[in-house]
Design a protein. Structure first.
Length: 261
């Protein structure tokens, strides 16, 4: 009972902090608007951006672009995470092989996913595929490297116990390796969701004619700074929601494997 009350208080404090933080940001925005010499067309107030948000909701463009972006995001992100985790689990158990692969990974990892965009657009044209590939690249390396590192750092005693109990593949991976490595893998997955969401928007600015990223470019071209800022706020809110959903899923998985949430 005490634990439940404590959890409730933490949630209430978290909501309170979020409200206060949001109010401060809006207040700074409003003050900057009042003090600036820019026209409303270039730097709108929070209220004008709110009206633009309502306008986009009423004409259906916001919902349509959110749906398009979320389809691209989840397709690229989920595919990337699954691929990276599977490869990481394999390579983590084969360090003698990974030492030859690691230099190539370290060479490719620092390259910004958007640097590949011109090449990807040339190959696949403009549409969903370029954005999905950009998201895949953005999520792949953090998850792969965190998985390889997590598997490599598992205490050997786990494998000795599994051997004594006659646990073999695929049960060894599912019942021993994955639960033991999951906390560190989750860190990589968590890092990847933020970078993937960022690069989705960047990818849509160049390689798409729909989605939230394209909506920003379209608003700029039409000198609708109110729509531009409203879209930026929406992108930020969706990012927070995605982060919260991932934390919730991680806690559920940790509890199912007997870990700390």
């Amino acid at each position: 009972m005490i634990s439940e009350n404590g959890d409730t208080m933490k949630k209430l404090l978290s909501v309170k902090n979020a409200v206060v933080s949001t109010a401060i940001l809006i207040g700074i925005w409003e003050i900057a608007y009042l003090l600036s010499d820019y026209s409303d067309a270039l730097f709108p107030s929070p209220y004008q951006s709110l009206l633009a948000l309502i306008e986009m909701i009423q004409d259906g463009s916001l919902i349509e672009n959110i749906g398009t972006s979320m389809y691209r995001f989840f397709t690229g992100y989920v595919t990337s995470v699954i691929t990276a985790v599977i490869l990481g689990l394999i390579l983590g158990r084969l360090p003698s092989v990974f030492k030859y692969i690691n230099p190539a990974v370290q060479l490719l990892r620092p390259i910004s996913p958007t640097a590949w965009m011109p090449f990807i657009v040339l190959l696949f044209g403009i549409g969903d595929i370029p954005a999905i590939i950009i998201i895949f690249i953005a999520a792949f390396f953090p998850v792969l490297l965190s998985t390889v590192s997590a598997v490599g750092s598992i205490d050997p005693i786990y494998f000795k116990v599994a051997k004594n109990f006659g646990i073999k593949q695929p049960q060894l991976t599912w019942k021993v390796i994955l639960p033991a490595a999951f906390p560190q893998i989750a860190n990589g997955i968590h890092l990847a969701i933020g970078t993937s969401w960022i690069f989705l928007v960047a990818g849509e600015m160049v390689g798409a004619q729909s989605g939230l990223g394209y909506q920003i470019i379209d608003a700029r071209n039409n000198i609708r700074a109110d729509i531009l800022l409203a879209t930026i706020v929406v992108i930020g809110v969706i990012g927070i929601i995605l982060d919260g959903l991932l934390k919730f899923a991680e806690n559920k998985i940790m509890k199912s494997w007997g870990g700390q949430s």
